[in-house]
Design a protein around this ligand. Structure first.
Ligand SMILES: [Zn+2]
Length: 247
């Protein structure tokens, strides 16, 4: 694979990093990523990952843009109100780079469709806001041995998880063996755009590290960011032998 002069010019600032270099840039170009949930986490993630030179993206969401999305979902503007999120995000991605191949899944992710939606991608980004969907994504990623990055926020706290299911270690169910009784949508308990933004961008940063060097300190861990105290804590998620997916 040979890069055009234009391509080299565009990405030279990041290729000058020894951690990226020409080899890393080639891996970025080839990586296939699917983002489930085009909200406060999915949109900053996409803004950065697409600018880094990803060329193959899948986007999944069934919602339309509403007024209460605009304070945190940074790919949407007033003119996008009532438009389908997928259509609107695809147009923004192609304004960043018209050569990025964007596949749209205008669907609510479900047991029936998830298998086919994620199968052609190596990296799955979970930016959804409810636990049932997160567990569904976890289980299917485990089956298909994907890299899974999960983002979540709860008021002024952000959570990021990373699992590589080729390595068959822990999963989201090991962290949360039983579902909490009351699960509220993050929007209803209060949510700040800067919090979801940092979570989305940190996931993009970790994805780039895994793509280029296959390394992330976050593997099998949860990172908890407290935005009020400005503290970062990381904890290992051990494999639970009782987890229904553990082998
Ligand atoms: Zn597990």
């Amino acid at each position: 694979m040979k890069f055009s002069k234009n391509y080299l010019n565009k990405f030279i600032p990041q290729m000058n990093l020894k951690e990226i270099s020409i080899e890393g840039q080639k891996k970025i170009l080839k990586a296939k990523i699917v983002v489930i949930g085009l909200g406060g986490i999915g949109t900053p993630f996409l803004t950065y990952i697409c600018r880094a030179g990803i060329s193959n993206i899948g986007i999944v969401d069934h919602d339309k843009v509403t007024l209460s999305n605009l304070h945190r979902q940074i790919m949407f503007y007033s003119k996008d109100l009532n438009k389908r999120k997928t259509i609107s995000v695809k147009s923004k991605i192609n304004q960043i780079d018209k050569n990025i191949k964007v596949k749209i899944f205008n669907k609510k992710i479900s047991k029936k469709n998830i298998k086919n939606i994620i199968k052609e991608y190596d990296y799955v980004i979970d930016g959804t806001d409810n636990l049932d969907t997160k567990l569904l994504i976890n289980d299917e990623c485990k089956k298909q041995k994907k890299h899974l990055f999960i983002g979540a926020v709860s008021q002024l706290e952000g959570h990021i998880f990373y699992f590589d299911f080729k390595k068959n270690y822990s999963c989201l169910r090991c962290f949360m063996p039983s579902k909490p009784k009351l699960s509220v949508r993050c929007q209803d308990e209060g949510i700040l755009g800067t919090v979801t933004g940092v979570v989305g961008i940190l996931i993009a940063n970790e994805v780039l590290k895994v793509i280029t060097n296959n390394k992330s300190q976050l593997l099998n861990n949860i990172l908890v960011i407290n935005f009020e105290k400005l503290s970062f804590r990381q904890a290992k998620i051990n494999r639970r032998l009782t987890c229904k997916h553990a082998k």
